[in-house]
Design a protein around this ligand. Structure first.
Ligand SMILES: [Zn+2]
Ligand SMILES: [Zn+2]
Length: 273
């Protein structure tokens, strides 16, 4: 099935936990019929001293220039077939905003994805640290997580909020109804002017569900939050994965348009039927 769409969340082998040459990612995007592919590899772990950065969780700082060159090379080589966008997925770590701002200023991004993968020092989406869930009341964990995501939206550093309910990844479900939390997060995103991405990677994880939950996506729609689309591919064959399901979810939530980015400027584009 050809999908005249974008995939704005794609990693590369440079992050230490993805595989395959960048050219294979691009070729998969072309085969899928995508109009745009955005490389958004994990930024280095800027908030830690260099000897404490996990090489399996992000690029090294010295690799950044090479990453940009790789994206530029793909952009030129495949210009006739697909538009390539330059992005990064940066971790939001409260208290380290100014450091991140200075790093992001070094490059000419098309857009920047802000993601919460850590609460304090705990990488809660990392299967190596699953035991951390035992220390939390799950309702309290959700509340804390959504508050940090709201802060990431308000930081002004990001164009798009990555996988806005990643905390559900391993299937930990809150007991409390989340309607108010969803409405509050959607309102914070709307006021901050950020997009939320519909990220299909959750379908490949224990939770078996797209990020965000349909009710959170409906809350975003009600608040007027724009959306982008991404597979969170960590292998070439994952590019464009389940984007048709993402479009279906968007239609069900009342969305008719999504956002494309170039040089941090937005254009609203109609979703395919
Ligand atoms: Zn990753
Ligand atoms: Zn992520």
């Amino acid at each position: 099935m050809k999908l005249p769409l974008v995939d704005y969340h794609v990693h590369t082998a440079r992050c230490g936990h993805a595989t395959g040459a960048m050219e294979r990612y691009v070729e998969h995007a072309i085969e899928a019929g995508l109009t745009e592919l955005g490389f958004s590899d994990h930024l280095f772990m800027y908030w830690l001293p260099s000897d404490r950065r996990d090489p399996e969780l992000g690029m090294a700082e010295w690799e950044h220039d090479f990453y940009i060159e790789d994206v530029e090379r793909c952009r030129a080589r495949y210009a006739a077939d697909v538009a390539i966008r330059l992005s990064t997925e940066a971790d939001f770590i409260p208290g380290h905003e100014r450091e991140l701002e200075a790093i992001l200023r070094r490059y000419d991004w098309d857009y920047v994805i802000g993601s919460v993968h850590f609460l304090d020092d705990w990488g809660f989406d990392d299967a190596r640290y699953l035991a951390g869930f035992e220390r939390w009341d799950i309702d309290a964990l959700y509340a804390r997580y959504f508050d940090v995501v709201g802060c990431s939206a308000e930081s002004g550093l990001f164009d798009t909020i990555g996988h806005a309910d990643l905390v559900k990844k391993f299937g930990h479900r809150p007991a409390r109804d989340q309607s108010e939390a969803y409405a509050r997060l959607a309102s914070r995103c709307a006021k901050a002017g950020v997009c939320v991405e519909v990220n299909t990677a959750g379908l490949r994880k224990p939770v078996g569900e797209i990020y965000p939950h349909p009710a959170l996506l409906r809350a975003c729609r009600a608040a007027g939050v724009p959306v982008t689309l991404g597979s969170d591919a960590h292998a070439p064959a994952e590019v464009a994965a389940d984007l048709a399901a993402a479009v279906h979810l968007l239609h069900a939530a009342g969305y008719e348009k999504y956002v494309q980015y170039a040089r941090r400027n937005r254009t609203a584009v109609r979703l395919p039927a």
